[in-house]
Design a protein around this ligand. Structure first.
Ligand SMILES: Cc1ncc(COP(=O)(O)O)c(C=O)c1O
Ligand SMILES: N[C@@H](CCCC[NH3+])C(=O)O
Length: 440
């Protein structure tokens, strides 16, 4: 049994998180319920920051808010002194509503609309991470119109792709994101942005993948990037003052996963950058930025469900259904993602059966966990699925008109509801009934 952060088994055999009984929280707020262990998030945040500070390197740690965004979440990120990566007008709007300082917001996206770019610039975001030539044209137009210099990073695809445990070095990167270095797009983009006086080209961005357990992919990417910077220095007298190496640091969903600590990932990156800098005499070490999403919130999240119906097919499978599923966690259906789960009110009970956890959607693929050992369960029990904090709530849907769950933050025996459970009224609030005499 892997217990993360402040998760503990209480004297009453219940799962406790943040000093609170998760069974009591489930009864109070209803299920499915997302719980976030704030101390774990804060520990990770300071782990990332510490590694930069101990090495005396200028940095920004930007939370990749796609992992889980809400006003309260952004307030925590602000308090922790992190920056924020947003990829849409909606994420930006939420951040601004949370009072997040716009100058610490980085605006991403492979198809930012004109309206989104206008919104970002009028809000005064720290920088735009430019993804493609279309966006360069839009930004040029806007810089001229507003008579304003725009701070940008160029998103590059270095031709290294991480597949969790191994790295593929691809010739020409087949990706919808960024400017490819291998086929000359990166050089062309740099020339174009340097030639336009309305841009301040702060540096570059690259993101090689997600749920990465080793440092090799990052160091390979750094080696490739800095190899290219040598060409840029010689050909265009340009050297970046910011190198953003993206996110992707892994977490332990199950015992098969073996992530490193924030310090280990960051130290390896810094070491490689310093190694590369010997080729750049007279240049200052660039600021290093990273964008962790999953590793800040993933294992801090636990979803509590109520157990409902069961179906036993002799010699085939025993299904245990819960009151949520793919609508609050699409990852098992989408990526065959694996999770661990416990019966939150029977934490020390003997595991006597192998069951599969089914969601409540009208969809055979709505299975949360295949083949997990559990004690005997009944419809008064609560299932706790751990490590659901990243890309769970943020990818939730209303399929089958199921309401999205509530989210509660816990820490040191205190709790706060930070996202209300949706109501039936919420589900129809954008519906417009037919006018009379139309479509008849
Ligand atoms: C550009 C960018 N930055 C950061 C992240 C965050 O990744 P992760 O949640 O794996 O840390 C992602 C998602 O993969 C991304 O696309
Ligand atoms: N949503 C994905 C990761 C994609 C991250 C964004 N580039 C997941 O749940 O693992």
């Amino acid at each position: 049994m892997n217990l993360h952060g402040t998760s503990r088994i209480g004297d009453n055999q219940h799962l406790w998180i943040g000093g609170l009984d998760t069974v009591e929280l489930a009864k109070k707020y209803g299920t499915p319920l997302y719980l976030y262990d704030l101390s774990l998030i804060k520990n990770r945040a300071s782990g990332f920051k510490k590694a930069f500070e101990e090495n005396g390197v200028g940095y920004q740690v930007a939370y990749a808010s796609k992992a889980f965004s809400s006003i309260a979440m952004f307030q925590i990120i602000e308090q922790e002194g992190l920056s924020l990566d947003v990829v849409s007008g909606g994420e930006l709007y939420t951040a601004l509503q949370a009072g997040f300082p716009p100058e610490r917001i980085h605006f991403h996206g492979n198809n930012k609309s004109l309206a989104e770019l206008e919104f970002a610039l009028s809000a005064g975001v720290g920088c735009i991470v430019v993804d493609n030539f279309h966006e360069i044209s839009l930004l040029k137009m806007m810089s001229s119109k507003l008579n304003k210099k725009i701070d940008i990073l160029l998103r590059l695809t270095p031709g290294i792709e991480a597949h969790t445990h191994d790295y593929i070095i691809t010739g020409q990167e087949d990706s919808k994101f960024g400017f490819d270095l291998g086929n000359g797009q990166g050089d062309k983009a740099l020339q174009e942005v340097l030639a336009f006086e309305g841009f301040r080209v702060l540096g570059i961005h690259c993101h090689i993948g997600s749920q990465i357990f080793e440092t090799e992919g990052f160091t390979l990417a750094i080696e490739k990037l800095f190899g290219h910077f040598k060409k840029w220095e010689e050909n265009y007298s340009y050297f970046p003052s910011v190198v953003n190496l993206g996110g992707g640091f892994g977490i332990q969903y199950t015992s098969e996963d073996t992530p490193l600590s924030p310090e280990q990932y960051v130290s390896a990156m810094i070491e490689e950058v310093k190694k590369q800098m010997i080729h750049f005499e007279g240049q200052d070490l660039p600021e290093l930025w990273i964008e962790p999403g999953r590793s800040l919130v993933g294992d801090a999240g636990t979803t509590i469900y109520s157990i409902g119906s069961q179906k036993e097919i002799e010699g085939v499978r025993h299904y245990v259904s819960i009151d949520g599923g793919m609508t609050d966690n699409i990852r098992p259906a989408l990526y065959q993602a694996k999770y661990e789960a416990f019966v939150a009110n029977k934490m020390n009970a003997e595991l006597t059966q192998t069951v599969s956890i089914a969601g409540k959607c009208c969809e055979s693929g709505d299975m949360l966990i295949w083949d997990i050992d559990l004690p005997e369960v009944c419809d008064h029990d609560f299932l706790a699925v751990s490590c659901t904090g990243a890309y769970g709530y943020s990818m939730a849907s209303n399929y089958n008109r199921i309401q999205r769950p509530a989210v509660v933050f816990v820490e040191n025996g205190e709790e706060q509801l930070v996202v209300k459970r949706e109501t039936y009224e919420d589900l129809i609030k954008n519906d417009v009934p037919l006018k009379s005499n139309v479509f008849v």
